[in-house]
Design a protein around this ligand. Sequence first.
Ligand SMILES: [Zn+2]
Ligand SMILES: [Zn+2]
Length: 374
Amino acid sequence: MSKNTTQIKAAVVREKGGPFYIETLTLEAPRRDEVLVRVVATGLCHTDMVARDKGYPVPQPIVLGHEGAGIVESVGADVVKVAPGDSVVLTFLTCGRCRPCRLGRMAHCEKTFPLSFGGARLDGSTATLDGHGEKVHDHFFGQSSFATYALANERNVVKVSGDVPLERLGPLGCGIQTGAGAVMNALNVRPGTSFASFGAGAVGCSAIMAARAVGATTIVAIDIVPSRLEMAKDLGATHAINSKQTNPVEAIRDITGGGVDYSLEASGDPRALHQAIEALGSLGTCGIVGAEPLGTEVSFDVNTLMIQGKGIRGILEGESVPDIFIPQLIELNAQGRFPFEKLTKFYSLDQINQAAQDSEKGGTIKPIIRLSPV
Ligand SMILES: [Zn+2]
Ligand SMILES: [Zn+2]
């Protein structure tokens, strides 16, 4: 091991569908704009499983993981935002140069796909070798944080207060800001209104907590897993609908007296998206955050949409500006108004396959993989 590299322990996916193999790898030192982070813990997100299963064309072998939190170990020569010893949450990486980025709407960065799923830097280079000296893809969401160390970019490290325990904060960088930001930034849910989340997983539950935090007074959770519906009620849902047993559109119309002001499709099921549009009342807006298979189409009644002034919009990463939004969520959490710790369960790196299985079966809403003690 030369002083320009770091030996790391990481979860590597080598074939479509998994499993994660725990391996010792070698990671390059940070480039001029990069930040080497000692990862404390990383959330496991649905998108990690999509990449493991090649639902998106992600190259393998690869180190996944995109909800990391940790301590800055070293920085490249051009980095000014953070210094060694700083506590950081890692988030999605954006280019900073395209039109959405220049508008401050970086969640819709035009380079999102290659930066998140390319398995390399934008110039095609990687920084990770396995025990045989073979290339392992990395830079997943600009971090690849299922590892004891991750190479992020200055743009996707969010500095947070050193007083806050880091190990639960990683999911703020993706799943939790996706749900909360959809409500607070994109849909801009108003006090006294009604909101329905189709899906009560990590994203849906985060949206429900946010809807309560901003003062929505009717909050409906729709899911097919009873334990998730219980969790949603605990987090602020005023109504819970099991869509296996009850037609959610009719139920929402009954509850709201005609239709809901805001609906969110957070399940990735095209039938749920159709229902989320149908359940809207006049002037209602449906936000889409659930990832569907590429090429999915969903129909809606054009005249109903037009006459009733309804809207449908796609939302990525909660349309957040992470440097601003993540500290806001941490403060809301500290005040007890955004208790996302209720969603989390910890696993060791060796238990990552179990964590994935528990999450897919619905028993664990947000698994967090511990990489190293603080
Ligand atoms: Zn961009
Ligand atoms: Zn994610």
